[in-house]
Structure formats: structure tokens, C-alpha cells
Design a protein. Structure first.
Length: 131
């Protein structure tokens, strides 16, 4: 999923693997991947919106953000969140499903984080003084 992060002046990506999507939809065998149907995509949308609301709340103590323009992306490489060779932050979380853990990823352009989150972080109580 691609989305705009209002308050950080940038775009970001949420990587939700098919296995996780099928598990969230209650698929009996999420390990047997298939392309999501339109109905499944519609049913998954409120779950994704809830996850992104939680992400907004996570950022709130540091930078108030508003996640907007959420869209399902078929090709994340052409999402255009950063220039081709620009650095990005990729943050991974493992979700425990039957079998192996499955990674969910967040991807933010470095410039988005640097310009928006780093200044308040440097002034905050989150970092030790003198660094």
C-alpha cells in the first residue's frame, strides 16, 4: 500500500505480504497464495486503515501526521516515493503466523524522515543529551 504522510511532506509504503492479507481475511490456508479478489481487497481495506491509524498514533508524540491517499499498489517499485537512488528507511516487523514468521515492512524516504522527524527528535527526551 502507498500513502501520503501529511505532516512529513512525503509518501511512504506499507508492505503487507499476501500470506498476511489472507490470514487477516480468515483464509483457511493462507500459505496457498492467490491474488486477492476485488471482494477480498474491499474487506481488507478497513484493516489496513486501522493499521495506518495506529501508525499515526505512533508518530503523534514526535510529529503529528495525517495518513491520506491510501492506495493498493500492484508495483511498489514504481510507486515514486523517492528518487531512484535516494536513500530510504525500511523498518521491518515480523508477524507470527503458522509456519515461519512473515515480515511486514514500512518504507519512508530518508528526506521525509530527516526533514520532518529528526529536528523534533533532537529536541525531545527520546535521545540522550550530548549526542
Amino acid at each position: 500500500y502507498g500513502f501520503t504522510v501529511g505532516g512529513m511532506k512525503g509518501k511512504a509504503l506499507l508492505g503487507l505480504p499476501g500470506k498476511v492479507a489472507h490470514a487477516l481475511l480468515g483464509s483457511a490456508q493462507p500459505e496457498k497464495l492467490s491474488t486477492l479478489t476485488e471482494d477480498e481487497t474491499d474487506r481488507l481495506e478497513p484493516v489496513v486503515r486501522a493499521v495506518l491509524k495506529d501508525l499515526e498514533a505512533t508518530w503523534r508524540p514526535l510529529v503529528p501526521v495525517s495518513i491520506q491517499d491510501i492506495e493498493l499498489l500492484e508495483d511498489t517499485e514504481s510507486a515514486g516515493i523517492a528518487a531512484l537512488h535516494a536513500p530510504v528507511y525500511v523498518i521491518g516487523f515480523d508477524v507470527s503466523l503458522p509456519g515461519d514468521p512473515v515480515p511486514i515492512t514500512l518504507c519512508y524516504p530518508f528526506a521525509t524522515i530527516f526533514e520532518s522527524a529528526l529536528p523534533p527528535l533532537m529536541r525531545s527526551r527520546f535521545l540522550p543529551k550530548g549526542r
